[in-house]
Design a protein around this ligand. Structure first.
Ligand SMILES: CC(=O)SCCNC(=O)CCNC(=O)[C@H](O)C(C)(C)COP(=O)(O)OP(=O)(O)OC[C@H]1O[C@@H](n2cnc3c(N)ncnc32)[C@H](O)[C@@H]1OP(=O)(O)O
Length: 421
């Protein structure tokens, strides 16, 4: 009888399975290099992978294997109960996230044609958390348990880009703005995906107050997902990024820096200053520190007169605290030990070196003239503006008053008049 050397349990297509790798040194199995046997609830071997025609060579399971199966089945049932608890949305959004990561058996994520190992567990529904490989459609972000389901889905899925407005395009790079309120399922799926690469992420289901900026690369007539950042529609704390992610397969290619630069461009258009939501992850911190250093160095190099931190903040849209941290990182801000006062020690060649290094590493830059975007103002504000506009344009107002019976109709008419002219 071959010796069991490894096992893995899970549920597939409603069947409870035990996958066992066998020691192939047994004489009966000499011709087999490696195999996985799937034992089902009836405790009979039901499938042999990879060559199902070799099934006839397999003996019935031994008592040991059957016991192993029962023990594993109980263990998995317990894990499923726990993972169900952690997957409850109210726990995740009410700030009661578990201190330990939720139990999961997901070892790989198949995203498009790329397979990645997740870094952390995400609260996918229990039947998905128990899959060894989670299959995700790279366009609509629907998650599935088997490759077969994904193949069937890909034949039907007509999405070829994120469900929002394309607000930036530069060659193959595009950015789409997706509203969490209008595309809640897509955005929830995006948050679950992000959770697999972020330890501290808390938002999974309450996506309505956020806008999502999704970055894609265009290839084979499709927009392939690269990364994204989310942003509160109205942030009381002046955060301009809530969560940022580059898919691991695209990391360390400059896309993260591009997304950061893009987020500051939006803040600049809004005529505000902003900062990323805290706490930052380790990777978030390295990426932001590197960007802040370059941005402040460039601002100082371009200055042709005295500059205050407030003025740097205005020019860069950065929060003053982040500017101070960048000045310290550039060793510009120093405390005079004699006077105990802070002084700026600027060396142009060092600042230039910082900028040159950044330019060499980050070929893909954000070009503000390619942005097609107006800041989010919300439906209530649009209604206010429309009302205000109707008092400013008497001709349109008269036309509406004559023809429209309700306020809503008159707004619709005003809209169609404004756009058709
Ligand atoms: C507000 C928040 O959301 S904080 C959470 C941030 N997000 C995460 O932690 C999710 C997982 N991580 C990620 O998605 C990515 O690592 C990101 C988004 C943080 C960075 O994306 P990337 O595409 O890798 O960024 P990019 O290639 O532009 O590199 C940015 C800088 O970080 C550095 N960096 C990126 N990854 C690493 C790494 N693994 N080790 C060391 N440095 C790294 C780069 O060297 C670069 O520094 P440089 O400008 O001095 O060369």
């Amino acid at each position: 009888m071959p010796r069991v050397v490894a096992l893995n349990v899970g549920e597939e297509h409603g069947r409870f399975l035990l996958k066992v790798s066998l020691d192939t040194s047994s004489p009966d199995y000499q011709s087999f290099a490696y195999r996985i046997i799937v034992l089902d609830e009836t405790r009979r071997y039901s499938t042999v992978i990879p060559n199902s025609e070799e099934r006839e060579f397999l003996p019935d399971p031994s008592a040991d294997e059957s016991n192993l199966f029962l023990r594993a089945q109980n263990a998995v049932k317990k894990t499923q109960e726990e993972s169900y608890l952690y997957s409850q949305p109210f726990l995740a959004t009410a700030g009661h996230a578990p201190s330990a990561p939720a139990p999961t058996t997901i070892r790989f994520v198949q995203f498009g044609n790329k397979k990645t190992k997740p870094w952390y567990s995400a609260p996918y529904p229990e039947e998905y958390s128990c899959s060894r490989i989670l299959y995700i459609c790279e366009f609509c972000l629907k998650y599935m348990k088997s490759e077969y389901t994904l193949c069937r889905h890909m034949m039907k899925c007509s999405w070829r880009h994120p469900p929002g407005n394309e607000i930036y395009r530069d060659g193959k790079i595009s950015l789409f703005e997706v509203d969490g309120q209008q595309q809640s399922v897509y955005c929830q799926n995006l948050c679950l995906l992000a959770k697999m690469f972020l330890h501290s992420k808390m938002l999974y289901y309450d996506v309505e107050p956020f806008l999502f900026y999704v970055m894609t690369t265009y290839e084979d007539c499709k927009y392939h997902f690269v990364g994204y950042f989310s942003k509160e529609k109205r942030s009381a704390s002046n955060y301009n990024v809530s969560c940022i992610l580059t898919l691991p397969t695209y990391q360390r290619k400059g896309y993260g820096a591009f997304l950061i630069e893009f987020s500051y461009l939006l803040t600049q258009v809004e005529q505000k200053t902003g900062s990323p939501e805290k706490p930052l992850s380790d990777l978030g911190l390295v990426s932001y520190r590197s960007y802040w250093k370059m941005r402040v160095a460039r601002c100082l190099l371009q200055a042709n007169g005295p500059l205050s931190i407030e003025e740097i903040s205005k020019r860069t849209s950065m929060d003053p605290n982040d500017i101070i941290s960048a000045l310290e990182a550039l060793s510009i801000l120093q405390r005079n030990p004699r006077t105990n006062e802070y002084e700026l020690h600027i060396r142009q060649d060092e600042l230039q070196a910082v900028c040159n290094k950044w330019d060499r590493k980050h070929q893909q830059r954000v070009h503000p003239n390619l942005l097609r975007w107006t800041p989010y103002i919300g439906e209530a504000k649009i209604n206010d503006l429309l009302q205000h506009e109707s008092t400013l344009v008497p001709a349109v107002k008269n036309c509406n008053l004559n023809e429209a019976s309700t306020e809503e109709e008159s707004r619709e008419k005003l809209n169609s008049n404004t756009y058709s002219s």
